[in-house]
Design a protein around this ligand. Structure first.
Ligand SMILES: N[C@@H](CCC(=O)N[C@@H](CS)C(=O)NCC(=O)O)C(=O)O
Length: 206
């Protein structure tokens, strides 16, 4: 059975949701960042990490989501077909990995961005992260204007990818999603999905 290594509320929530949407059997294993169990399958000690039933391992959220969308075309989670659609999917996947996810790092782990251990120095890094997150959420919000989902071909793995980051913003941004009404609508649409609720409950239970 394919196995997803995940951590509570992390970006691994995205492939967790996608596996549930696809509906084939899989195992979800909760791990701690950097644990020996995780390091044995991913030298970065990070989630998501995905293992196929033959032992093949894939890391990087964007790659795992792309793999799942194309492994299970019957689930219709690639956001449509055609060269430009595929390019759009890569575009938004890269945006989420490199621009949005990366904007959260200074907030989650300010100590990785400054060697100054003082509280004001750490806070300055967190504040810079907030500024970056807002910039990226502005881009996402404007893109979502008049759209139900991120890709024009309907609900896709890219929406699932955005979901954990939208949840982080809700909790971490001063003002939450205030000022990002289209992102809020996407959040609410996904949060109302029974498969998403099932996965959230499972992750919370451990
Ligand atoms: N570029 C990787 C980043 C994965 C990543 O850093 N995941 C976080 C959770 S959202 C993690 O495992 N962090 C542990 C750490 O950085 O030590 C991806 O997109 O999959």
């Amino acid at each position: 059975m394919p196995t997803l290594y995940y951590a509570l509320g992390a970006c691994s929530l995205a492939p967790h949701i996608v596996l549930e949407w696809i509906g084939v059997p899989y195992e979800a294993v909760k791990v701690q960042y950097g644990s020996n169990e995780l390091l044995a399958v991913n030298p970065a000690g990070a989630v998501p990490t995905f293992r196929e039933d033959d032992g093949w391992i894939l890391t990087q959220a964007g790659a795992i989501l792309d793999y799942l969308a194309h492994k299970h075309p019957e689930a219709g989670l690639a956001g449509g077909d055609g060269q430009r659609t595929k390019a759009e999917a890569h575009r938004w996947s890269a945006f989420l990995t490199s621009d949005v996810h990366a904007a959260f790092w200074p907030v989650f782990m300010p100590f990785r961005y400054t060697i100054d251990e003082s509280v004001p120095a750490r806070q300055a890094v967190v504040d810079a992260g907030h500024k970056l997150i807002k910039r990226q959420f502005g881009i996402l919000d404007r893109h979502l204007e008049g759209r139900e989902y991120i890709l024009d071909g309907g609900r896709s793995v890219i929406d699932a990818y955005a979901f954990p980051m939208i949840r982080w913003a809700t909790k971490l941004l001063p003002g939450g999603l205030e000022g990002y009404p289209n992102v809020q609508t996407l959040h609410d649409r996904l949060a109302a999905d029974p498969a998403v609720q099932k996965v959230l409950a499972r992750e919370a239970r451990g």
